[in-house]
Write a protein that binds this ligand. Structure first.
Ligand code: MRU
Length: 361
């Protein structure tokens, strides 16, 4: 496989043109073997891209959904405002059905809906253009949040640290440099020598396919391990911290992230290693007092029985395939947000830091 110059890597997702344009994104299902962009011209294509994990990672899903709203409403731009509002409702409800766990999806859709509600005077065609501006703002803000999270988290890493991460919380999962990975990039930019152990992240290998690829593109020393090796790596004293992203964080700090994260956090606790979560405030769901009510996506059995080209289980094997788990706040040393560090992770501290800006419906 040819190595890509980092400056040649296109943005994970970007809007092309004006309201008649399209949403361009890297098709992440093809990485690392092929770096291909696809154009979504319809809301159905965006829904499918989110569902199939062509675009994935909580913040990136939110940004994709915001642009998806523009694709869903633009055909109603020449009708009445009532028709437009009905199309907006239908589009948002439809996009909300693509994946259940990452709250950024619902946060972005609510923000688009509320924005439209705040412009009762706008004609449908004006509002279509204004909604595109709002989606671009969500995109830009996400990029800025990533940079701020990186700066905040990098403070807690020391020169020479090796850090373990799970799944992909990098540029591919956001509009910017990522959440967990932006911490490593910021630490490296500040002159700290950082090495990363990358959990491969079964069953869809976001760690092996995406995180290992991203870190290599950015010249961050990275070592790939199977998920089942994390405990042994910790016992050998190879890592000094764990940093992951999150898909939804409840008011008490319980954090849903890719399946396997809870095991890593439990192992970190057993070995006295700090476990950190890096996430923007758009990933908090203050309507949920704790993580017990976070909806956990279950995905197709084939992801486990027929992963990546060959059958790896007997025909008709019974399978349980939750895509996420919830790590208890008590296992999390600190949460890095774009506004600062939440530590210790308590409801009071979460509310103080996140306030009313998070999903709270
Ligand atoms: C900054 S991304 C944080 C999380 O969304 C990420 O760690 C994760 O679990 C992604 O899961 P995925 O199923 O690949 O969308």
């Amino acid at each position: 496989m040819a190595t890509t110059n980092p400056t040649d890597i296109p943005r994970t997702l970007s809007w092309q043109g004006e309201t008649t344009g399209c949403l361009r994104m890297i098709d992440q299902t093809l990485l690392p073997m092929e770096l291909r962009e696809i154009d979504c011209d319809s809301v159905e294509q965006v829904w499918e891209a989110i569902r199939a994990l062509r675009v994935r990672g909580a913040p990136a899903i939110g940004v994709a959904a915001a642009y998806g709203v523009v694709l869903g409403v633009r055909s109603a731009a020449s009708g009445s405002r009532d028709e437009f509002d009905a199309a907006l409702d239908k589009t948002a409800t439809y996009l909300a059905s693509s994946r259940p766990t990452a709250v950024n999806l619902f946060w972005a859709l609510d923000r688009m809906r509320q924005f439209a509600g705040g412009h009762p005077e706008a004609s449908p065609s004006e509002l279509t253009a204004l909604l595109l501006d709002e989606a671009r703002r969500i995109d830009d803000e996400d990029r800025a949040m990533c940079a701020a999270i990186g700066r905040v988290g990098a403070e807690l890493l020391s020169d020479g640290d090796a850090v373990l991460t799970h799944c992909n919380a990098g540029g591919l999962a956001t509009a910017g440099d990522g959440t967990a990975l932006s911490v490593f990039f910021a630490a490296a930019a500040a002159g700290k020598k950082i090495e990363v152990y990358v959990d491969e992240t079964r069953p869809l290998l976001q760690g092996a396919r995406l995180t290992q690829w991203e870190l290599m593109q950015r010249n961050i020393p990275a070592t790939l391990i199977c998920d089942s090796m994390a405990g042994w790596v910790m016992k050998q004293g190879r890592v000094q911290a764990v940093v992951t992203g999150a898909d939804r964080i409840a008011a008490n700090g319980d954090a849903a992230n890719k399946i396997g994260t809870y095991s890593v956090a439990t192992l970190a606790k057993a070995h006295g290693i700090p476990f950190y979560v890096a996430a923007p405030t758009s990933t908090f769901d203050l309507a949920l007092p704790d993580g017990s009510q976070i909806p956990i996506e279950e995905r197709a059995a084939e992801e486990i029985t027929h992963g990546f080209g060959r059958q790896t289980a007997p025909d008709n094997a019974q399978v349980f395939n939750p895509a996420f788990d919830v790590t208890d706040a008590a296992l999390i040393q600190a949460i890095f947000t774009e506004r600062g560090v939440i530590r210790p992770v308590t409801t009071e501290n979460v509310r103080k830091m996140v306030g009313s800006s998070a999903a709270d419906n």
